[in-house]
Ligand binder design. Structure first.
Ligand SMILES: Nc1nc2c(c(=O)[nH]1)N[C@H]1C(S)=C(S)[C@@H](COP(=O)(O)O)O[C@H]1N2
Ligand SMILES: [Mo]
Length: 379
């Protein structure tokens, strides 16, 4: 791979600040078409229908026509290393958990200056029911040594990023990997069916409450280690930094967010919404990976005033988004509708952008522009 670092090193690097007023480039367009978002009208479904869940893949989707010969290894600081096929995994107790998954880069393209990378607006989210074996049970079967500190998860996909050739790898702290509430899953099914290729066929990790990067797809290796993992996706990418030379804070749990289901109908290009005058119900979803959402507020007057929306119960799904609704009377003119969520630990959504170099965890309040035509003018 000599020379690759030089050629793919800096100029094409993701998550860099733009040069002056650089527009979205063709490389970002290529990422944006591969890695599609959830059309916001699909927020209406409790469980995101197949194909409408967002997708993010750093490299290529591995070709796995069926998982029959897949082998998952569990080794490192354990007393009994394991090699497990899908049938072996099905012999363990199975758990199904409804989880809202969100990419850490969601909101990136709304930042100013805009970090150059996968240009998500606010649609990198989806909710699914994942079935699999609690990671904790696999670790217990292997017998974790006393000096273990982290668990490194390896995917079958391979690529190069900022000049560093790598398998996609992420680590979890041992206490999270062994956690019982929530349970981290080695999942083989999504919404009751085998994982689709783009979501990790045949196995992926699911870490309820954590941003997407932790949910390693095409999982082929689990290694228990006695030193903190320093791989690219852990130590270089997915850190909150203001300056390139700082160590930064790791990206972990999902910050609270409320999204509005866009009301009325859209203009094709601008996506501006058109609503008729009169009463309507504004609806949306809200979630937080840190603590349960306790409050959703909306503003219909450009954020001069806020009022509380009605929040539906979690229905026994603490790691999934919840519905909210609020009534509004549309009057002729232009309006900005805003929504924000707050969780039980008091985390909320900022009114000013929380900028960082990678464009991570931008949970700025959601704003939608609405035009309400005057019936008199329409004739
Ligand atoms: N092996 C592997 N796992 C991966 C990724 C990847 O590129 N390779 N992308 C991660 C990121 S950044 C996100 S946001 C989620 C997206 O999961 P989804 O495509 O199923 O929605 O997968 C994560 N797991
Ligand atoms: Mo992501």
């Amino acid at each position: 791979m000599a020379g690759m670092g030089a050629r793919l090193g800096d100029a094409s690097a993701p998550a860099r600040p733009p040069v002056s007023d650089e527009a979205i480039g063709r490389d970002e367009l290529a990422l944006a078409t591969r890695n599609h978002g959830l059309p916001l009208e699909a927020l209406r479904y409790d469980l995101t229908p197949p194909g409408l869940h967002y997708v993010l893949t750093h490299y290529d989707i591995p070709y796995v026509p069926d998982g029959a010969s897949w082998q998952l290894t569990l080794d490192g600081r354990v007393r009994r290393p394991l090699r497990l096929g899908l049938a072996d995994l099905r012999a363990f107790p199975q758990v199904t958990t409804r989880v809202t998954l969100e990419c850490a880069g969601n909101g990136r393209a709304l930042l100013t200056p805009r970090p150059v990378s996968q240009p998500w607006l606010v649609e990198a989210v989806g909710t699914a029911e994942w079935t699999g074996v609690p990671l904790r049970l696999l670790l217990e079967a292997a017998g974790v040594e006393d000096d273990a500190v982290e668990v490194v998860l390896t995917g079958a996909d391979h690529g190069v990023e900022r000049g560093v050739e790598q398998d996609y790898q992420r680590a979890l702290p041992l206490d999270v990997a062994l956690g019982a509430e929530p349970e981290v899953l080695v999942a083989h099914a999504m919404n009751g069916a085998p994982l689709p290729p783009q979501h990790g066929r045949p196995l992926r990790l699911v870490v309820p409450g954590w941003y997407g990067m932790a949910h390693v797809k095409w999982l082929r290796g689990i290694r228990v280690v006695d030193e903190p993992f320093t791989g690219f996706q852990q130590a270089v990418a997915y850190r909150i930094r203001q300056r390139p030379d700082e160590e930064g804070e790791p990206v972990t749990r999902i910050a609270p967010r409320a999204l509005l289901i866009p009301p009325g109908f859209p203009d094709f290009m601008s996506r501006t919404r058109v609503v008729g005058p009169g009463g309507l119900t504004l609806e949306g979803r809200a979630w937080s990976g840190r603590a349960p959402v306790t409050r959703v507020e909306i503003s219909t007057d450009g954020e001069r005033t806020w009022r509380r929306a009605g929040l539906a119960p979690d229905g026994g799904h603490p790691w999934a988004w919840r519905s909210w609704r609020a009534d509004w009377t549309a009057t002729p003119g232009e309006h900005v509708l805003s929504a924000r969520a707050t969780d039980a630990e008091g985390h909320t959504q900022p009114l000013r952008q929380p900028w960082n170099r990678g464009g991570f965890a931008n949970n700025l309040v959601h704003r939608i522009r609405v035009v309400c035509p005057d019936p008199e003018e329409l004739g």
